[in-house]
Design a protein. Structure first.
Length: 428
C-alpha cells in the first residue's frame, strides 16, 4: 500500500510539472477601419466622387508552448462591410498562420507551416500588418540563435495542386521556389549588422508559347542580396539605419536583373516627448526597355504602407525608378496620445513616357502624412490619419491620366483620411 501511495504521489508530481511547463493562449484581434479615399494611389478626376469604405479584419489565434514545441494557428476573416449578404453560407474565413516550431538542439529549431516572415525594417519580408489580409508564406525555416548571433535558413516550394508530373505553375505566389539566408550580429555596443540573400525561383512565362505547358521544371532564378547597418544606443539621442540591396539573376521573361535599392534614415530624440527623423530611399530605374536588362529594382514581400508615402502612389515604383526624400516629427502629448507628421518629396531617376507615349519629367510631386495614436485601455487603441498629395503634370502623365501633353484634366485635390480601431482581447 505504501508503494502504491508513493507511486501515486510521484505521478501527481510529474503531471503537475508537465502541466506547468505548458501554456496555451487564445487571443484575438478585431480591427475595423473606415477610409475616405479621395485620390489614393492616383489622382481622382472631378467627374468622380471619392470612395468611402468600411473594412474589418478579425483574427482568432491559439498558441501552444512547451519546452520543446511551440505551435500557433491563426484564423482570419477579412472583408469589406456589405461585401457579403446579411444571410450567406459563403465561406469567408481562412488560415493566416498554422505552424509548429520544434527545438532540435540548443539554440536551434525548425519552424514549418504557414507563417509570417519579417526581417529588419520589414522592407524585404513583412507580415504587412496594415493590409487587411496580411502576408504569410508556406515555408520551412531553420533558426539558430546563440548569444547576440542569429541565423535563419528558409525554403518554400509552391504548386497549384498535388502533381504527379511537372506542370506549369500559375502563380498564386510571386515565386515557385524560395530560398533565403539571414544573419545578424551585434558588432559593438549599439551597432548591429544584418545580411540577407534571397533566391526566388520564378516560372518562365516566355517559354509557354502556343499554350504548351512545361513537362519539366524550368525556372529562372532572381537573386537579391544586401543588408542593414543599424546604430542605436539608449544613452545617445541619435540613431541611424543604412540599407543596401542588389539584384542579379533573371526575371520571369529571362531578362538579366541589375536593380539596386539604397536607403538611409537618421532619428534624433530632442526630449522624451519629441523626436525627428530625416531620410531618403532610392530604388533604381530602367531607361532602356530593349537591352534585355531589368535595371529597375524589384520589390519583394515587405510592407508597402510604411515606405514612400501613406497614399501609396509609388507602392509599385515606376520603371524609371524612385527617389523619396522625407523628414518627420513625432511628439508624445501624453502617456496615451502621440502625434506624427512626415513630408515626402518624390522624383524618378529618369524622365520617361507613359503608356500613351507622353513625356514626363523627374519631379513627381510631394505628400504630407499626419497620424494620431491614442491608447484607450490595455487591449484597445485608436489611430486616425490624414494625408494629402501635391500632384503636378508629371504625376498625372506618369499615372496615365493625360491623353495629350497640353490638355490637363481637372482633378480633385488628392486626400485620404481614416480612423482605425485595434482591439486585441485575450480570451484564455
Amino acid at each position: 500500500m505504501k508503494k502504491i501511495y508513493v507511486i501515486f504521489l510521484l505521478t501527481i508530481g510529474f503531471a503537475a510539472q508537465f502541466a506547468s511547463a505548458q501554456t496555451v493562449v487564445i487571443d484575438g484581434e478585431i480591427r475595423p477601419r473606415i477610409e475616405d479615399r479621395d485620390g489614393v494611389s492616383k489622382p481622382l478626376l472631378t467627374t468622380n466622387d471619392p470612395g468611402i469604405s468600411a473594412i474589418q479584419r478579425i483574427r482568432l489565434g491559439a498558441t501552444f508552448t512547451s519546452g520543446l514545441l511551440t505551435s500557433q494557428i491563426t484564423i482570419q476573416d477579412s472583408r469589406t462591410f456589405g461585401q457579403n449578404p446579411n444571410a450567406s453560407s459563403d465561406a469567408t474565413t481562412g488560415i493566416f498562420e498554422a505552424w509548429a516550431e520544434m527545438l532540435l538542439m540548443p539554440g536551434g529549431s525548425l519552424k514549418i507551416g504557414r507563417q509570417v516572415l519579417k526581417y529588419d525594417d520589414n522592407r524585404l519580408f513583412s507580415g504587412s500588418d496594415w493590409s487587411n489580409t496580411g502576408t504569410s508564406h508556406d515555408a520551412a525555416l531553420f533558426k539558430y540563435c546563440v548569444n547576440d548571433f542569429q541565423g535563419h535558413l528558409g525554403f518554400a516550394y509552391n504548386n497549384n495542386a498535388i502533381i504527379s508530373s511537372e506542370t506549369l505553375y500559375k502563380p498564386g505566389c510571386n515565386y515557385r521556389f524560395l530560398g533565403y539566408i539571414w544573419l545578424t550580429k551585434d558588432i559593438v555596443k549599439g551597432l548591429n549588422v544584418s545580411l540577407i540573400g534571397v533566391d526566388e525561383g520564378v516560372q518562365d512565362t516566355i517559354g509557354t508559347k502556343n499554350g504548351v505547358n512545361y513537362l519539366k521544371i524550368n525556372l529562372y532564378h532572381a537573386f537579391t542580396v544586401g543588408g542593414n547597418l543599424k546604430f542605436s544606443d539608449a544613452s545617445l539621442p541619435v540613431s541611424a539605419l543604412a540599407t543596401a540591396y542588389f539584384q542579379a539573376g533573371n526575371n520571369s521573361s529571362g531578362s538579366t536583373m541589375n536593380g539596386k535599392m539604397l536607403a538611409v534614415k537618421v532619428d534624433y530624440k530632442f526630449f522624451d516627448f519629441l523626436s525627428a527623423n530625416v531620410g531618403t530611399d532610392y530604388l533604381s530605374g530602367d531607361n532602356n526597355s530593349t537591352d534585355g536588362i531589368q535595371s529597375n529594382f524589384k520589390k519583394l514581400y515587405g510592407t508597402d504602407h510604411s515606405f514612400n508615402g501613406s497614399m501609396e502612389y509609388w507602392k509599385v515604383p515606376l520603371t524609371n525608378g524612385l527617389l523619396d526624400y522625407y523628414g518627420g516629427v513625432t511628439g508624445k502629448i501624453s502617456k496615451d496620445l502621440s502625434l506624427a507628421g512626415t513630408y515626402h518629396i518624390f522624383n524618378s531617376e529618369y524622365a520617361g513616357k507613359n503608356k500613351k507615349g507622353i513625356d514626363f519629367g523627374k519631379d513627381l510631386g510631394s505628400e504630407i502624412d499626419l497620424v494620431a495614436n491614442y491608447k484607450l485601455n490595455t487591449w484597445a487603441t485608436v489611430q486616425a490619419g490624414w494625408s494629402m498629395y501635391f500632384a503636378n503634370n508629371n504625376t498625372l502623365i506618369s499615372k496615365d491620366l493625360m491623353n495629350s501633353a497640353t490638355v490637363v484634366p481637372a482633378i480633385r485635390t488628392p486626400q485620404w483620411a481614416y480612423v482605425m480601431f485595434t482591439i486585441k482581447p485575450k480570451f484564455l
